[in-house]
Structures are given as C-alpha cells and as structure tokens.
Design a protein around this ligand. Structure first.
Ligand SMILES: [Zn+2]
Length: 337
C-alpha cells in the first residue's frame, strides 16, 4: 500500500467515525404525528434527529402505541404533541417513559374552535389553517431554542425561512379558493377535520363524523349530508387518506355525485407523494378541492394523466439506453478492427 492509498484510507476511516460519533450526539426530537414531525424537521434541519410516533397513514385519534413507541419516547430529548385531545393515548405513553422529558403542546396559544355540533369540545385540527401553523412552528422553535441554546442562530434562521414558505402557501390557497364560485364552496368529507381550513379560507364544512373518528357515522348524519348535497347541488364529495372511504363512496353513489379525490387531514402522505410535507398537504388538498368544485374534475383523472406521462418517460429512457448501447457496441467493433 503506497502513501496516497494510506492517506485516502485514513480519511475514509476518520470521516466514517466522525459521522458516526456526530450522529450519536444529535439530540432526539419525537413528534406525535407526521404533520408535527415535518414542522420539526424544517426547523432543526440536520442539527437533530426527528422521529414520529403515529406512522404515515395512521389515525392519531385512535392510535394504539407499541412497545417500540415507548422506547422511542424514553430515548427522546423533547416530545411535541398537538394537544386539544388529538392524541388521547399520549399521556400513558409519556408517563411510562418516566424520565422527565419536556413535553411541548404545539397548539399552545391558539384560539381553538369549540365544536358546537359535538358537545362544545375543542377541535384539535388547528394545523389546517396556515395562520395557526405559524403558531405551531413558533412554539416548536421557542421550545428547541430554550432547550438547546447552542443552536439558537441556526434554529432562528430555519424558522424564518419556513415562516416565509408557510406565508407563501397561505396566499396560494386564498388565491386558489377564489376560483370556486361562492355558492359552490361546500366541502363534504368523512370527519370534521376541516373547520379551521373552512374558517380561514372561506368554505362551508359538512362532515359525516365528528371531530374525532372514534365513533361510527349516525344514520341522521348520512341523511343530513345527503340532503345538503342535493339542496346545494354539490358536484363532488371527498374521501380522506386515514379513513375507510366506503361510506362516502356509498353516499356519492346514492346522491349521484363524484368523488372529488383524496384529502389529507390527520396524516401526511408518503414522503415522495404530493402530500408528503405539511405545506404540500394543504396545497394538495386545495388543488383537489378547487379542481372538483370549480372545474368538475376528479383527481383520479389527473392521476391517470400522470401515469401516462410516467409511462412515456420510461419508454423514452429505455429507447435512449437501447440507442446508447448500440452506439457503444458499434464503437467497440470499429476500434477492434
Ligand atoms: Zn381528525
């Protein structure tokens, strides 16, 4: 082995251990759900490791924690929850961890909607309004700065950039909703997760279930929703990513309206999906709602178009590879002559 090789080897070993040690030293942030986890990631950047308890697609209202969740919480430096009874199961999980971890309620300071329809209980879905989202990320940033003052500058910078992105997305939604004729601004979904969204962006909400998902829809709710669809001549109703769509599909069939598409309320979509972040989730919901209520387009047709485009892209790449391969072989054959 010559000197250069030894140097390279030494650099690789050093880098490897350096990364290893560094990764272990990173503070651990645990968030109860995917929306909070994404907010935390935007604020901590590479400074800390962020984990979430309820996985993507899970329903935080009725989640049952696992032993590995308990381990995750017991290893955490700080835990962020939504509060407003969103995660009714979280108290036991944190008590069991029993290591005095700071638990921060991200909705602190937010004016909660008291649901008149459901015994005046506080509606937990405050993140559905970007103005509330700003309060969430301020609470998250403040708690992290208090616990890790050594990272204050980076946390403040990340927070400032994230706030600008949220404000831009908020303006986008206001612009998009304006495209729906006023009388058509009625959103029918599975559960009452869109009140904050409706109040901020000017849409009337009609949901089958209440502000939680822990009970079945009542016949009276099905009748009420079906009547509203007919009375207001609503063209489309919507399913939700974390809730069985059977009942909404049934109502759509019975009232002869389309399913406008899938909305995300209590969980983000997968990382690389159109609703993979907090910001893209609300923008995606808005696009689906506007396409359906303003233009009568369901998002299924859009998905098909995307797939066609993907297919053409695939054929294109395969074609290029084939031509490249042939050229390569011809060059090789020529050079062997
Ligand atoms: Zn919900």
């Amino acid at each position: 082995m010559d000197i250069t090789k030894i140097k390279i080897f030494a650099i690789i070993v050093f880098t490897y251990f350096n990364i290893g040690i560094h990764a272990q030293e990173k503070p651990r942030v645990v968030a109860s759900c995917s929306m909070l986890s994404d907010m935390c990631e935007n604020i901590v950047g590479d400074l800390m490791d962020v984990e979430m308890i309820v996985p993507i697609g899970g329903d935080p209202h009725i989640y049952e924690p696992t032993p590995s969740d308990a381990q995750m919480v017991s290893r955490a430096d700080i835990v962020f929850i939504n509060g407003l009874t969103f995660e009714g199961w979280i108290g036991d999980l944190i008590d069991n961890a029993a290591n005095n971890i700071p638990v921060v309620t991200a909705t602190e300071g937010i004016q909660a909607i008291q649901s008149e329809k459901y015994d005046n209980s506080a509606d937990p879905h405050a993140w559905m309004d970007f103005k509330n989202g700003l309060q969430y990320v301020r609470n998250i940033k403040d708690a992290l700065v208090a616990l890790f003052p050594q990272y204050e500058r980076e946390l403040e910078t990340n927070h400032k950039n994230y706030v600008a992105e949220i404000n831009a997305a908020d303006a986008y939604i206001i612009n998009q909703i304006a495209k729906i004729p006023k009388e058509k601004r009625v959103l029918v979904t599975s559960h009452d997760a869109f009140e904050y969204y409706g109040q901020r962006y000017g849409i009337q909400l009609e949901a089958l279930m209440g502000i939680s998902t822990n009970s079945d829809a009542r016949t009276s709710d099905i009748i009420r929703v079906s009547r509203i669809i007919k009375e207001k001549k609503i063209p489309s109703i919507f399913i939700e990513s974390t809730i069985n769509p059977k009942l909404i599909k049934q109502i759509a069939d019975d009232t002869n309206v389309t399913i406008g598409g899938e909305l995300y309320a209590d969980s983000l979509g997968e990382k690389d999906s159109e609703a993979g972040t907090y910001i893209s989730m609300l923008k995606h919901n808005t696009d689906v709602i506007v396409q359906a209520l303003a233009y009568g387009k369901t998002s299924n047709t859009k998905i098909d178009e995307d797939q066609d485009q993907n297919n053409w892209l695939l054929y294109g790449i395969l074609g290029l590879l084939l031509i490249g391969g042939l050229l390569f072989m011809m060059i090789r054959l020529n050079s062997n002559k």
